[in-house]
Design a protein around this ligand. Structure first.
Ligand SMILES: O=C[C@H](O)[C@H](O)[C@H](O)COP(=O)(O)O
Length: 217
């Protein structure tokens, strides 16, 4: 079974959490793209979606799924998104596709976060995947120096501008044993828009695509 087949299996399994007549929160990335395909198969039974990126919005619209602005809705039941790593406490690293800030905002409004990953993304301790940090462009080098003081090695993701017009630093060399504390610590650096740790608000449901089928945690 390929990694993409495992992503597809997890993406389609998330349909179980979509209820008739609802607005669905939709994340970003290659795993979510499979979920969007699945969502299109029930598009006549849902109200529509609220999206976390320009890329997902385009895909949702191409498949005929109505988009809602987050400012139009005060609550919705389920947000479905992938992750770059997820630990046993259901804390995640996200932002490999640079969509972390809008993802965190949409996730904050959802009652439940359903995380869909392939089997390579579950880890005991996060940090092998470099932690993305979205920064205001003029603060990039200042924030990089502050992240170095925390023990990481930040690398500017050259050529990438986020949907919000900002830059990304990928922080290598972290061993993230206290994700809630580190998320808050990095967000407190002036110039940081948000960081890719989703720990304070982690996943509520985890669906892992494996060669043996989709495992739910
Ligand atoms: O910014 C991107 C998102 O956080 C993605 O959810 C994450 O990078 C996982 O993406 P993929 O499903 O493509 O591995």
């Amino acid at each position: 079974m390929t990694q993409d087949e495992m992503k597809k299996a997890a993406g389609w399994a998330a349909l179980e959490y979509v209820t008739a007549g609802s607005i669905v929160g939709v994340g970003t990335g290659s795993t979510v793209n499979h979920f969007i395909d699945a969502l299109a198969s029930v598009k006549d039974q849902i109200k529509g979606a609220v999206s976390s990126s320009e890329a997902s919005s385009i895909r949702l619209q191409e498949l005929g799924i109505k988009l809602f602005d987050l400012n139009e809705i005060s609550e919705f039941a389920v947000y479905v998104d992938g992750a770059d790593e997820i630990d046993p406490s259901m804390a995640m690293i996200k932002g490999g596709g640079a969509a972390l800030t809008r993802e965190k905002i949409v996730a904050a409004v959802a009652e439940r976060f359903v995380c869909i990953v392939d089997g390579t993304k579950t880890v005991d301790v996060m940090g092998q995947f470099p932690l993305p940090v979205e920064v205001i462009p003029m603060a990039r080098e200042y924030v990089a120096r502050e992240l170095t003081k925390l023990g990481g090695q930040p690398v500017y993701r050259e050529g990438v501008v986020t949907d919000n017009g900002n830059h990304i630093l990928d922080v290598h060399g972290l061993s993230i044993t206290e994700p809630v504390a580190l998320e808050a610590r990095i967000n407190a650096i002036v110039g940081v828009v948000t960081n890719g740790l989703f720990a304070e608000r982690g996943a509520d449901v985890l669906l892992v695509g494996t060669p043996e089928g989709v495992v739910k945690k």
